[in-house]
Each structure stands twice: as structure tokens, then as C-alpha cells.
Write a protein that binds this ligand. Structure first.
Ligand code: HQG
Length: 381
């Protein structure tokens, strides 16, 4: 209902239709308005407009030129012209409201009145209708073209606005993309996570693990009884064995190492591995009570042997145990398909076995007898 109303309103405002049909309808209305057919004019105009396929609405508008205010003047004019042409004696026309009953009354009294009104109506009606046609044609034409122009302007403006909006969005997206790229570039350029830099850190970490945990003699390095080496000597010896490292790189490895494998002395002049040694050194750790359970990550292929013979330190000074399953899994992955074994640490401790906590959170102990071990169900991991 609401929609229909709007459609009708739009049709009205836009004055739909060709100006010719509209102007013809209006001219028809005017012509009828001048004929002495009060009361029937609307119907006649509508009917004839429909027959000729002219605009019905404009025909009705034309008819309204004769209305209660204008009728006395219009009919006086048509009557006088008609009477003159017919050379009949003019009677005084009533000045009150003109309607069908009044007309019938008048015709009864003076039958020649109708002839005068009709002739006068036709004579005046034809030029009025012709003039009305041109005026209406020009008015509608102008109105429609103005409206069209306004509409196209409006559409052009809307298109322009849409384009601007799109361009703005594209610019925003482009700048966001550029910013992301820029950020990525900047991060990778300056951060330690750049591939080359990271690779160098990992390589150096492996090199330090090797010389500080297992084979200092490979580069002629001396460790003291607690596993400390002089940083200067390390740099010097590394260089004579074809590896260039400097203080800055060493400090970076110590600081960023994922497992915090190394520590520097307070004055920064000495370095050692925090755990994982195979050479005989005293880390100087105090034995301490472990948590109730600890975990050991290993590979499936070692399982049978471990459950039979217990955990052995193998190449290292200690058996290494992790405080949580996730860490143990990572340790196990280094060897193959990982599994996790649960260790009854508190029971071992009660039995007099010693535990040490390394500076980087790894629990160290001696060989673990098999009775303290249980395999953790894979599904529970
Ligand atoms: C296995 C990493 C058969 C044991 C980690 C392990 C750790 C047995 C392998 C640290 C066995 C030794 C140490 C038995 C033990 N029969 N196999 N009776 N007893 N094994 O590398 O514990 O990255 O020496 O299960 O984070 O794997 O180097 O010891 O699989 O903390 O700093 O023998 O090394 O730290 O291997 O690892 P490993 P692990 P880093």
C-alpha cells in the first residue's frame, strides 16, 4: 500500500508520458470546459481522453479551468460571442453558481441560449485549446527535461561519489597492505628473526654446546672444574679453528637461546653450559627434593631397553628429566617418534637418589631404576 502510494506520487511528480499526449489531453479539457456541459465535463474529458489515448489526468486538469469562480465570466463570454454570431437578442445571464439544474432551467426559458453558448464555446474554445496545447507542451517538455537533467546530475554525482568511495577504500587497502609489508620488512630486517641471523645464532649455539659440553679440546679450549671458559679465549680459539664469533654474537646467543643453555659470569668474561655435559665437570648445583613426578621424553625404539634396564645417562653426566609432558615430548622428538615416560621422582628421592635442578629448569639425576618408570598412554598425551 505504502509502496503503491509512493509509485503513484512519483508518477505524478515526474508527469509521465509524452508531452504531446499530455498537452493534447489538457487542450481537450480546456475545450470541454468552455462548452455548456457543466456537471458532465469531468466524465466527458476522461472518456474522450481515453478514446484518443491522450493523457486523462491533464484532461481533467484542463476541465477545471471552469470552476465555481470562473464559470460566470467564462459563460458570459461564450454566450455573448455566440449570441452575436447568431444575431439573437442577449438576455442577462444569472451571476450565481452555475450548475446543471440552472442550465436546464435557462434552456427551458430561452432555448436559443444553448445554441449561443455552444457556438460561443466552440469559437472561443478552439483558439484557447490550441494555445493551451502549446503552453502545456512547452511547460511539460521543460519540466521533464529539467527533471531529467536533475536526475542525471544526481546520478552522475552519485556515480562520482561511489567512485570516490571505492578509490578511497582501495587506497586504504593499499596503504594497509603497504604498511603490513613495510612492517614485515622492517621486522625481518632488524629483528633477530631474520632467517640469516637466526641461522647464525643456531649454528653458534650448536658450536658452543659442542665445545662447552662435550669437546673443548676440539678447539684447544680449557674449561675449569665447574665448566667455565674464558670468553676471550673462546673467541681466539674459535678463530684459529676457522670460526669467527665475537662478544656481541655470544651475548646474543646466551640471551635469546630457546632453552637458555648457556650462562655468562656476572662480569661477562666467562661462559659455561648450564647442563647437558658429557665431560666431567662439577656444575656446583646443590641436591634438592624433586616434584612428585617428572617426565622423560625418548623415542619408541628405546622403550623396551629402558623399561628393562632403566634410564642411563648414556653419553652425559646425568639422566635428564623434564618438569612437564610438553617439554619431554620435544626432547623425545629429537630422537625419532616420541614417547613419554613418567618417573616417580619423589619415591627415588626417598630411596636416597639425588636430584639437581639446572639453571634452565632441567632436572638432573643419576641412573633411574626401571621400577620407578611407567609409560604414559599415548592417548593421554
Ligand atoms: C636414551 C637436550 C636405550 C634416552 C634435551 C635418550 C635434554 C636409553 C638417549 C638433554 C636408555 C640419550 C638430554 C636405555 C636412556 N636404553 N636408550 N637403557 N637410557 N636412553 O640426548 O635425555 O638441546 O643424551 O631416552 O633438552 O634425550 O642438548 O639425552 O633418548 O635436556 O640442550 O638415550 O638434551 O638439551 O640422549 O636429552 P641424550 P636426552 P639440549
Amino acid at each position: 500500500m505504502h509502496k503503491r502510494f509512493i509509485q503513484a506520487y512519483e508518477r505524478f511528480v515526474k508527469i509521465r508520458g509524452h508531452p504531446r499526449e499530455i498537452a493534447l489531453g489538457f487542450a481537450l479539457g480546456l475545450f470541454i470546459a468552455l462548452t455548456p456541459t457543466m456537471g458532465l465535463q469531468m466524465m466527458m474529458a476522461f472518456f474522450l481522453a481515453a478514446v484518443f489515448k491522450w493523457n486523462k489526468l491533464s484532461a481533467l486538469v484542463g476541465v477545471w479551468i471552469t470552476n465555481p469562480f470562473t464559470a460566470p465570466f467564462i459563460y458570459t463570454a461564450t454566450y455573448i460571442s455566440g449570441a452575436r454570431l447568431l444575431r439573437i437578442k442577449q438576455t442577462i445571464l444569472p451571476s450565481g453558481e452555475w450548475d446543471l439544474s440552472l442550465l436546464i432551467e435557462l434552456i427551458k426559458k430561452t432555448p436559443e441560449l444553448i445554441a449561443a453558448l455552444t457556438l460561443g464555446g466552440v469559437v472561443i474554445g478552439i483558439p484557447v485549446a490550441v494555445a493551451g496545447y502549446y503552453v502545456a507542451f512547452m511547460a511539460v517538455d521543460k519540466y521533464q527535461s529539467d527533471l531529467k537533467e536533475r536526475l542525471t546530475k544526481h546520478k552522475r554525482l552519485q556515480r562520482k561519489r561511489r567512485k570516490q568511495e571505492k578509490r578511497k577504500q582501495a587506497q586504504q587497502a593499499a596503504s594497509a597492505y603497504k604498511f603490513k609489508r613495510y612492517k614485515r620488512k622492517r621486522l625481518s630486517a632488524r629483528g633477530p628473526k631474520s632467517n640469516g641471523m637466526q641461522k647464525n645464532l643456531t649454528k653458534t649455539s650448536k658450536f658452543l654446546s659442542y665445545v662447552l659440553r662435550h669437546k673443548p679440546e676440539a678447539i684447544g679450549l680449557a674449561l675449569d672444574q665447574n665448566g667455565w671458559a674464558s670468553v676471550d679465549e673462546l673467541i681466539q680459539q674459535a678463530r684459529t679453528h676457522g670460526r669467527t664469533i665475537d662478544q656481541r654474537l655470544i651475548a646474543e646467543v646466551v640471551a635469546t637461546n630457546d632453552k637458555q643453555r648457556f650462562s655468562l659470569s656476572e662480569d661477562g668474561r666467562r661462559i659455561r653450559a648450564r647442563q647437558g655435559h658429557s665431560i666431567d665437570i662439577a656444575l656446583g648445583l646443590e641436591p634438592q627434593a624433586p616434584p612428585r613426578i617428572l617426565f622423560h621424553g625418548t623415542a619408541t625404539r628405546f622403550l623396551d631397553s629402558i623399561l628393562k634396564a632403566g634410564l642411563k645417562p648414556k653419553g652425559r653426566q646425568h639422566v635428564h628429566l623434564s618438569p612437564d609432558i610438553t617439554t619431554a615430548l620435544k626432547v623425545g622428538q629429537r630422537h625419532g617418534k616420541p614417547i613419554v615416560i613418567q618417573v616417580q621422582a619423589d619415591a627415588m628421592h626417598r630411596d636416597g637418589l639425588r636430584f639437581y635442578l639446572s639453571e634452565n629448569g632441567v632436572w638432573l639425576t643419576g641412573p633411574v631404576p626401571a621400577q620407578f618408570l611407567t609409560l604414559i598412554d599415548e592417548k593421554k598425551i
